[in-house]
Design a binder for this molecule. Structure first.
Ligand code: GLP
Length: 260
C-alpha cells in the first residue's frame, strides 16, 4: 500500500485527481471504477475543473460504480445513479451510455452476475476509486463480507444505516439492502485509490492500513491489492503509527518520478 498523508481535504482531492488525470492521459479509453459518498465530491469537482480547463477528457472512457441501493430507481434523488449524474457525469464529456451503476431495480438473483459480466466485457477496471465507511466498509461490503466476494446483494449494517440516514427525510423509505461490487471484484481492479478525510475515519483508516487483514475491516483487504494507493488528510490519518515513514516514502517517490 502506498499511504499519502495530505495536508488538507483539498489536497486529497487534488492528489486523487492527479491519479485519474495521469491514467486518462496515457489511456484515454480507461475503465474507471467510481464511488459515491461525501468524500469523492471534492475529487469530482477537481476533475470537472480540469475538464473545463481542457486538461482532461473522458470522451473515450467508461465507468463502473461500486454500488446502488436496492429498491431505488435511477431517478430517485437518493439513488447512487442520480448522485453520479448530478455530481459528475452531467458536467463532463463521458457518454452517459458508457457509465454503469448497478441496477437497484433488477432481479436480485441475477443482478450481481450481470454486473460482473459487464465489467469483464469492458476488460476489467483500470482504477477503482473508493471511500471508506466508519466501520471499515468499502462499497457496501460490511464487516464479515467474504474477502473473495463478487457483486451481490448485501444487508447494510446498523452503523451504515445510521450514517446514511442524514440523506433521507424522516418519513422517507431508506433501503436496508444494497447491491455492491464484492471485495474480490475490487481486488481485481488494476489500481485501487482509497480517499478518506475527517477524524470520523481515523480508526477505520488505522485498521485498514496497520491492522490485520480481516473481514471485520473489509478495507484491510486492500493490503492484498497489488497496487493500492491510500490518500488521507491529517485528520483521517491521525491514528496511523508510521506517519513519518509514509512521508519519507512520498518524498522519495516524488523525487524518483521527477527524474522521468
Ligand atoms: C457509503 C458508500 C461507500 C462510501 C461510504 C462513506 O456507504 N457505499 O462507498 O465510501 O458511504 O461515505 P462518505 O464519504 O460520505 O463518508
Amino acid at each position: 500500500m502506498q499511504v499519502i498523508i495530505a495536508d488538507s481535504a483539498q489536497e486529497v482531492a487534488r492528489l486523487g485527481a492527479d491519479q485519474l488525470s495521469r491514467l486518462l492521459r496515457t489511456t484515454p479509453e480507461a475503465v474507471l471504477g467510481l464511488a459515491t459518498g461525501n468524500t469523492p465530491i471534492a475529487l469530482y469537482e477537481e476533475l470537472i475543473r480540469r475538464y473545463r480547463q481542457g486538461e482532461l477528457s473522458f470522451a473515450r472512457a467508461q465507468s463502473f460504480n461500486l454500488d446502488e441501493y436496492v429498491g431505488l430507481a435511477p431517478e430517485h434523488p437518493q439513488s447512487y445513479r442520480y448522485f453520479m449524474n448530478r455530481y459528475l457525469f452531467s458536467q463532463i464529456d463521458i457518454p452517459l451510455a458508457r457509465t454503469w451503476v448497478p441496477d437497484g431495480m433488477a432481479d436480485p438473483a441475477s443482478a450481481g452476475e450481470v454486473y460482473e459480466s459487464l465489467i469483464e466485457a469492458a476488460g476489467g477496471i483500470d482504477l477503482q476509486v473508493l471511500g471508506i465507511g466508519r466501520n471499515g466498509h468499502i462499497g457496501f461490503n460490511e464487516p464479515s463480507s467474504s474477502l473473495g466476494s463478487r457483486t451481490r446483494i448485501k444487508t447494510l449494517a446498523p452503523q451504515t444505516l445510521a450514517d446514511n440516514s442524514r440523506f433521507f427525510a424522516v418519513d422517507e423509505f431508506q433501503p436496508s439492502l444494497a447491491i455492491t461490487m464484492g471485495i474480490g471484484t475490487i481486488l481485481r481492479s488494476r489500481k485501487a485509490l482509497l480517499l478518506a478525510t475527517g477524524d470520523a475515519k481515523a480508526d477505520a483508516v488505522h485498521a485498514m492500513v496497520e491492522g490485520p487483514v480481516t473481514a471485520s475491516c473489509p478495507a484491510s483487504a486492500l493490503q492484498l491489492h497489488p497496487c493500492a494507493v491510500v490518500i488521507v488528510d491529517r485528520a483521517a490519518g491521525a491514528r496511523l503509527q508510521h506517519g513519518e515513514y509514509y512521508q519519507r516514502v512520498r518524498q522519495q517517490t516524488d523525487q524518483l518520478s521527477s527524474r522521468d
